[in-house]
Ligand binder design. Sequence first.
Ligand SMILES: *Cc1c(COP(=O)(O)O)cnc(C)c1O
Length: 429
Amino acid sequence: MPMSKAFEARLYPQLEEIAAHFGTPFHIYDETGIRETGQRLKKAFSEIDGFREYFAVKALPNPAILAIMADMGFGFDCSSVAELVLARRVGGRGEDLMFTSNNTTRSEFARAMTDGGSIVNLDDISLLGILPDVPEPICFRYNPGERRTGNAIIGTPVEAKYGVSHDQLIQAYAEAKALGSKRFGLHTMLASNELDHTYMVQTAAMLLEEAKRIMEELDIRLEFINIGGGLGIPYRPADAPLDLEAMGASIFDLFRQFSRETGSMPKLYMESGRFMTGPHGALVTTAINRKEIYRTYVGVDASMSALMRPGIYGAYHHITVPGKNDSDGQVVDVVGSLCENNDKFAIQRRLPTIVKGDRVVIHDTGAHGHAMGFNYNGQLRPKELLLRPDGTVELIRRAERLEDYFATLDFPADLLETRIDAAFARLAN
Ligand SMILES: *Cc1c(COP(=O)(O)O)cnc(C)c1O
């Protein structure tokens, strides 16, 4: 179940006109679909007081998209100064922002705590010592270690560099309390692209258990727990979608039980990226070459600089050729032009026979798509378009140009003359 039939119905009839006007390649995002998923998320967790989604900015860091999230009442999960600046640009302030960084510097914390601030989510107990001030509220990211298993993208918790260990957790809150903090939250992020909703339910159960331990040992009532992102989407036609409604109902049960046992009820925060936007984006390319050697290669006008996931994770992205049906297919590799043999969008995939000029649509690029792009081999990243609910198509990021590639070579001369050590110079002779 890749791109929805509804998105296809909104996009395909206009595709030629859009491609002719803007030129390929481009990522195009479907505002209607994004809003529908946002409403569905809110509804699934509506019984939990204070539920809030903090959209993971890194999944689709475009201000036009972030403005849609803000309009739906969502906050933003940021992990760098640039992401904080982006979220603030669309009006995010204070507790609209969660700053979930790791390996962070004091000056990054200072940026997170000024310009309206943010919820600081600490990745390590030692970071309490480098904070410029005491943040309010203060949150810790929890790494359960061997208590949980992770998955391929994020690694197993014991091997993951993130978070505070089980044994450090009580100490972390004790130290934060001693510094004068009065408001607290607890966060974790364990899965990536997880399609089994019971995994996410277990994560909520785990955090509530820790919340109880913190309450019993330190008399601290957590204001919120944040179960992170990682909700999966069905990239392959045969994948069963995540049952969001069952996830919401089960987590609500856990909260009710927690409330009965402790007399308190934290808020529930979540920071989905992929689930919010992944299926609502597509990379539209044009076939520019065909090559028959040991295999048949279809070359398109985008490369892995526009979509890294197949190259770095071997990830599957569904591909269709609008107007052509699958029955008269041919097995091909769909490739970009980068000098790396993993620059392939599909490997040995049966697709309709593609000829030069065909539009080749790569599905589910709405999250971790454009955002992950890079410039290796002088490849430039493509433009981004937004399909509005009224049918308008808007350019929301232009394509990179050669000037952008060369921009960092344009600077005032800066020369440092050092003295070469005489003894070392003799040795080298
Ligand atoms: C990447 C990330 C997310 C979003 O992950 P998705 O798989 O896109 O939902 C959320 N929180 C943190 C801390 C992340 O690093």
